[in-house]
Design a protein around this ligand. Structure first.
Ligand code: ZN
Length: 226
């Protein structure tokens, strides 16, 4: 299980939790919503945290043109800094993309050699296929179970299984029937059930494939039978 920071304080907290629990790993980063508050010193501290053995990824990072809680330029600068950091320390990225498909893809293409996942995927097939062609993975969260998420379900049916990951994005995006409540890591099984239904396969196969994919992408010790 990976817990993901959204600013310096939560990145430090994620590392501390990962130290405490053997099967927990941490990603460190500054979410686009928080980009306006990020300082060069914060990036230095993230770089230092990346050297910790329980830190397996850089993120969250990315672009959010839907809510734009940070000015666009601050988001672009922070995302560029995270891409450079991921390339430097050779860790995968956990990328947040909301209505910023063209800019996210352009920035990934501009940083050859980076890898990672587009998390809580909400864009269309064209962007997913472009990301997969660049070597990226696609991760699904609770919205896969939402009534209005037909596009997301189409993407989930179409992509190669070896590029798919599951997440909860808790405390956000609880799957049906937990909408309106705080999301929990324990609900990840419901995303697996929905993905298995969409791909007309078994939950056991989805669980083992996505676990294998996550271990492979993030360099985690391979889990036993799921
Ligand atoms: Zn996100």
């Amino acid at each position: 299980m990976i817990t993901v920071g959204v600013n310096l304080a939560t990145s430090q907290a994620a590392v501390a939790l990962a130290v405490k629990y053997g099967d927990l790993y941490a990603a460190v980063g500054i979410h686009p919503h928080e980009a306006v508050n990020a300082s060069p010193q914060d990036m230095d501290e993230l770089r230092r945290l990346c050297l910790h053995p329980k830190v397996i990824g850089v993120g969250e990072t990315g672009l959010d043109w839907r809510r734009c809680l940070s000015p666009r330029q601050a988001q672009l600068d922070a995302f560029a800094a995270h891409l450079a950091l991921a390339a430097e320390v050779d860790l995968p990225l956990i990328i947040h993309n909301r209505e910023a498909d063209a800019d996210v893809l352009a920035m990934l293409r501009a940083t050859p050699g980076v890898r990672g996942v587009l998390h809580a995927y909400s864009s269309d097939e064209t962007t997913a296929e472009a990301a997969v062609a660049l070597g990226f993975h696609i991760s699904f969260a609770g919205p896969l179970t939402y009534k209005n998420a037909e596009t997301t379900r189409r993407v989930a049916r179409a992509l190669p299984l070896e590029r798919l990951l599951l997440e909860t994005d808790c405390p956000s995006l609880p799957p049906v029937p937990y909408r309106g409540q705080r999301n929990e890591p324990a609900h990840v099984g419901l995303i697996a059930v929905e993905l298995a239904r969409l791909r007309e396969t078994t939950v056991a196969l989805i669980a083992s494939a996505t676990t294998h994919n996550a271990c492979d992408l993030f360099g985690l010790p391979t889990a036993g039978a799921v």
